[in-house]
Design a protein around this ligand. Structure first.
Ligand code: SF4
Length: 328
């Protein structure tokens, strides 16, 4: 694919929800897809410099990823995600993301912005891809083919998530993402629900390797993406109403699922510093856990979160639960 037009996709936020679909779609249109590298200190520092102070940490990191891509590609893809399920919406920072980036980062290549809003008609998802594809070709059949092939890969990926896999980026490599199985440490191991937005949980740098740390402590981590949509919807029935924000609903519904159906030994809620919706989500998760008598801990991630501090807190929490369960 030497000489092909390059399109850059920042490796954060909605990336973890859609990357198999977008990668396949653009490649089928003949483009070379370039993901920004896994988050590192330089990306984090660049993002902090380029963003307004009161932005949440994932938005700062997003700006850093755009900086890492801007001189390497012909286009950067920054869709405006409005509604992904036709009911809830995305938080205001997602809605304003393309404008925020265009106004903060200088010397950008062309930014491809398309609105994804499934609030209007059921076929809006395919229409989004038709509009997106028309930026690169007028061949409608090629666009449909790319869309269906992308959809097939994405469905396979979602199936793997429901089977207990999660996307893992190996450190030090070229940033390849592999689907890693949830390590089952044996029937008698500690099982914890780790609730967070996918862009916090799967980002090793932002989450300070939280999933890996827990694995090293002999914990089986159960995450929201491992629950099927059917089970999430079943769990949500006990709520009087949904929240306004898509990713926040996923966290609350996952919490209810782990309290009602797939019983775990404790819950860790990982929140992003500066996240408005999380102020409400954290309280709700805490109350639900308290009512069910479930051990609960909040971990707040920001650009200063230290490896040792987090390790100590996780160790203290898991040791207490292991003792309670008679594992030590
Ligand atoms: S939901 Fe929270 S963490 Fe995510 S982008 Fe919005 S404010 Fe930031």
């Amino acid at each position: 694919m030497a000489g092909a037009t390059k399109i850059g996709i920042p490796r954060t936020l909605y990336f973890y929800t859609y990357y198999p679909l977008w990668k396949t779609f653009f490649e089928e249109l003949g483009l070379k897809v370039v993901f920004s590298p896994p988050t590192n200190k330089e990306i984090m520092d660049d993002g902090v410099k380029e963003t307004v102070n009161d932005a949440c940490i994932p938005i700062k990191v997003f700006h850093g990823h755009v900086m890492a891509l801007k001189n390497k590609v012909d286009y950067i893809f920054i869709p405006r995600l409005v509604s992904l399920d036709g009911k809830s919406t995305l938080c205001p920072k997602f809605l304003g993301l393309p404008d925020m980036v265009k106004n903060s980062v200088d010397n950008l290549p062309e930014v491809i912005v398309e609105n994804l809003n499934l609030n209007q008609r059921w076929f809006d998802f395919s229409r989004f891809f038709i509009r997106l594809g028309k930026n690169f070709t007028n061949n409608i059949w090629k666009i449909w083919w790319a869309y269906f092939k992308g959809l097939y890969r994405w469905k396979k990926h979602k199936k793997q998530l429901c089977e207990g896999f999660y996307p893992r980026t190996e450190e030090g490599g070229a940033g390849e993402i592999t689907m890693s199985p949830r390590r089952d440490q044996g029937g008698n191991s500690l099982k914890l629900a780790v609730l967070a937005y996918p862009y916090v949980l799967y980002d090793n740098f932002m989450s300070v390797n939280l999933l890996k740390k827990l694995e090293g402590m002999g914990v089986v981590s159960c995450i929201p993406d491992n629950i099927s949509l059917k089970n999430l919807k079943r769990a949500r029935r006990s709520l009087p109403m949904d929240l306004f924000w898509y990713y926040s609903n996923q966290v609350i519904w996952a919490c209810l699922h782990f309290l009602q159906k797939e019983r775990v030994d404790g819950i860790i809620h990982v929140t992003a510093f500066g996240c408005g919706p999380d102020a409400m989500v954290d309280k709700l998760v805490e109350l639900e856990a308290k009512n069910a008598g479930m051990p609960f801990m909040t971990v707040t991630i920001d650009e200063h979160t230290g490896d040792t501090g987090l390790h100590t807190r996780l160790e203290a929490f898991t040791d207490m639960l292991k003792k309670k369960k008679g594992l030590v």
